[in-house]
Ligand binder design. Structure first.
Ligand SMILES: CC(C)(COP(=O)(O)OP(=O)(O)OC[C@H]1O[C@@H](n2cnc3c(N)ncnc32)[C@H](O)[C@@H]1OP(=O)(O)O)[C@@H](O)C(=O)NCCC(=O)NCCS
Length: 158
């Protein structure tokens, strides 16, 4: 069961947990944002995860983030798995608000650090992550299906 968090507002956007009814809007943004989009059922699996969040404005889904925490070698590692904002709503702080809330949730769930993968060519996303204190850890050659390299970025959480 999805527990709805009380909506919290960042600027004019409300950031809240994803509900099933939001999934089509999430998939639609995913499809316009990525050449190898996640399918519907990949998002469905994260329903109820505290780090699966949407930004909503006037009943419209503006963007989403998928993040979770896993145990690795005795450490709690946060992972930002996916983040995207509707193409017409980028550059207005939605991505920053989503990332900020996701990092707070990962911290609250005991994550010591957080990692993510980003395409080597994705300058907008890399700039966003650098602003949030992420630093490149390593390159993974040919990580994506089209053979583009990924940069793994990481930051500590307090
Ligand atoms: C990456 C993404 C989520 C950022 O969301 P956003 O709502 O546009 O981001 P914000 O408005 O909060 O901007 C945050 C920072 O990101 C960077 N940024 C975002 N859009 C940018 C753009 N079009 N040009 C340059 N920098 C940009 C800037 O550093 C910006 O900070 P600033 O406003 O102080 O300059 C969004 O561009 C997106 O959905 N891209 C396609 C999907 C994607 O690549 N996801 C990341 C996968 S790893």
């Amino acid at each position: 069961m999805t527990v709805r968090l009380p909506g919290e507002t960042d600027g004019e956007f409300t950031i809240r947990r994803v509900e099933r009814v939001d999934l089509f809007a999430v998939v639609s943004i995913e499809n316009t944002s990525f050449t190898q989009p996640w399918p519907y059922d990949a998002f469905e699996r994260f329903l109820g995860e505290p780090g699966f969040l949407v930004a909503e404005s006037d009943g419209r889904i503006a963007g989403y983030v998928v993040a979770d925490v896993t145990s690795s070698f005795g450490q709690q590692l946060g992972h930002v798995k996916d983040i995207a904002v509707h193409p017409g709503l980028r550059g207005k702080g939605v991505g920053s608000a989503l990332l900020s809330r996701a990092l707070a949730i990962l911290t609250a769930h005991g994550a010591d650090s957080v990692k993510l993968e980003v395409r080597r060519s994705n300058e907008d996303a890399k700039r966003l992550y650098r602003q949030f204190g992420f630093e490149p850890l390593r390159l993974v050659p040919g990580y994506y299906q089209d053979d583009e390299d990924a940069i793994v970025m990481i930051r500590k959480l307090e």
